[in-house]
Write a protein that binds this ligand. Structure first.
Ligand code: FE
Ligand code: FE
Ligand code: ZN
Length: 278
């Protein structure tokens, strides 16, 4: 069965997100742990969490993906920005244990003139401060489009972070189709080659989730502007190959396309129709 969902607002809690997901034909969802621009997270409501677990069991919701705020920059040159990133991630990962065994995704960061190598070191340093052996969450590094000084524009950069982490068994990768296409990996024309390269550089076992987005910009544009499926440069046929690829088809897929709920429902229905049952 295709595991498919989209990004949802977390403002009304976990049960509400699960119910919303089911109402649009999804069986998973992604959400921000707090305001995407940062700031405080709402207190965990254990009653909401209990209802969410019960509802998820009944409706077959699995593998939810929490997304860290965009403002989190683990490799800023400014120590106070790195401190904020460390505190935010540590708090998020503590809260994640209320929903054990799920996924937490973050943008590795922007090195801003320090160079990618220094960025990689600082990101690994932060992960080494926050990851704990007893944590049940898998922390995902997102593949980035390479706009500005983003770290994670290549599989090698992600591998560099993983290699410097003491608890690297806690780490995985979330592949964003728009980002990798914009970064110069041709998932539309040469999907097999890109998957082989991912496997050679990072190891396919690290791939835990896919952000499924079309791109408003042509191949290798380093832009990061998401488009609705089939309306951009990647195209519907490529998405059909992506969701059915043997190395990908069991993974959870999350839409982050510019849509209202009704648009997400249409894209979910489209992907389900394109999915070949095993
Ligand atoms: Fe993201
Ligand atoms: Fe993404
Ligand atoms: Zn993006």
């Amino acid at each position: 069965m295709l595991t498919i969902g989209c990004h949802l607002s977390s403002s009304k809690g976990y049960l509400n997100m699960a119910e919303t997901a089911v109402s649009i034909g999804a069986n998973t969802f992604q959400f921000f742990t707090r305001n995407p621009r940062g700031g405080r997270a709402k207190a965990i409501d254990t009653e909401d969490i209990n209802k969410f677990h019960e509802y998820s069991r009944e409706h077959g919701i699995s593998t939810i993906l929490a997304h860290a705020p965009y403002t989190l920059n683990a490799c800023s040159a400014d120590p106070s920005v790195r401190e904020f990133a460390l505190n935010t991630m540590t708090d998020d990962l503590t809260r994640m244990e209320y929903t054990p065994g799920q996924l937490y995704n973050f943008h590795p960061g922007s090195h801003v003139k320090q160079g990618a190598e220094r960025g990689i070191e600082l990101i690994a340093e932060l992960l080494n401060k926050t990851l704990r052996p007893e944590m049940t969450t898998t922390v995902l590094l997102e593949t980035m489009a390479g706009k500005g000084s983003e770290v994670g524009r290549s599989f090698e950069e992600l591998r560099g972070i993983i290699d410097r982490c003491e608890l690297s068994e806690k780490l995985g990768v979330c592949l964003d189709t728009c980002h990798v296409y914009d970064a110069g990996y041709d998932i539309a024309g040469e999907l097999d080659r890109v998957i082989e390269e991912f496997d050679r550089v990072i190891g396919i076992d690290r791939l835990k989730a896919v952000h499924i987005n079309d791109s408003k910009n042509p191949f290798s544009s380093h832009k990061d502007r998401h488009e609705r499926l089939g309306k951009g440069y990647i195209g519907t046929e490529a998405f059909e190959r992506i969701i059915n690829h043997p190395a990908l088809k069991a993974l959870p897929f999350y839409l982050e396309t510019p849509n209202e709920l009704s648009g997400y429902a249409e894209e979910i229905a489209l992907l389900k129709a394109l999915y070949d049952a095993p």
